[in-house]
Design a protein around this ligand. Structure first.
Ligand SMILES: *[C@@H]1O[C@H](CO)[C@@H](O)[C@H](O)[C@H]1NC(C)=O
Ligand SMILES: *[C@@H]1O[C@H](CO)[C@@H](O)[C@H](O)[C@H]1NC(C)=O
Ligand SMILES: *[C@@H]1O[C@H](CO)[C@@H](O)[C@H](O)[C@H]1NC(C)=O
Length: 178
């Protein structure tokens, strides 16, 4: 029924479909640029192996250009408004500095963002996180971020869950191997 409704909407109002697809493809290119900032290193998600229920693998390896990124496993889109609303890249072996001008910040409709258990190489937490005004879940647990976050996050009025536990991978590894 819902898809029938969509189909009829697009049949009778073709401009709707055009604006829908261009907004999503714009989000996809932002996501792909974000993806390209990192290399893949199994060690970056070291802790995931020890936590039951967490799947640890390079999730972004299955991201293929040309396929609508809303169909990628880790991505959730709101098809009614053509917004990307959730991204779960926990335990994805992402390694590298987290650019403060990353195109991730061009996805302001995100409501859930999980980057837990990757290694952003002691990057400072960019103040641009305050642009995610729709965010109600943010997980930066064990991401190797450093720096102050409180003032930015206080702008995120919808946030109900925030995990910023700051032990670095290095410390975790010491804890687990001694
Ligand atoms: C995303 O990153 C992974 C790992 O670096 C790579 O294999 C993949 O091709 C990238 N996908 C896109 C669409 O750029
Ligand atoms: C990690 O940070 C170090 C020190 O700032 C730097 O030399 C290195 O190039 C960074 N590695 C990556 C993959 O960004
Ligand atoms: C971010 O800044 C770096 C260094 O200033 C630049 O090389 C890069 O192109 C910028 N990236 C974006 C997405 O603007």
């Amino acid at each position: 029924m819902v898809s029938y409704l969509f189909l009829s909407l697009f049949l009778f109002f073709p401009h709707l479909y055009a604006s829908f697809s261009s907004s999503v493809s714009h989000s996809c290119s932002s996501l792909i640029q974000f993806n390209n900032s990192f290399s893949i290193a199994k060690d970056a998600s070291f802790l995931c192996n020890g936590i039951a229920g967490l799947k640890s693998y390079p999730k972004t390896n299955s991201w293929k250009k040309g396929k609508d990124c809303c169909l990628w496993d880790e991505v959730t889109c709101d098809h009614l408004n053509a917004h990307m609303i959730a991204l779960d890249l926990s335990c994805s072996w992402l390694y590298g500095n987290f650019p403060s001008n990353t195109t991730l910040f061009l996805l302001p409709h995100l409501q859930k963002l999980n980057l837990a258990h990757n290694d952003f190489n002691l990057s400072k937490i960019p103040s641009e996180f305050d642009q995610f005004t729709s965010l109600f879940y943010l997980n930066l647990f064990n991401t190797g971020f450093v720096g102050e976050v409180s003032s930015q996050v206080s702008h995120l009025s919808k946030l109900v869950s925030l995990d910023l536990s700051s032990l670095t991978n290095m410390l975790w590894r010491e804890l687990f191997t001694t």
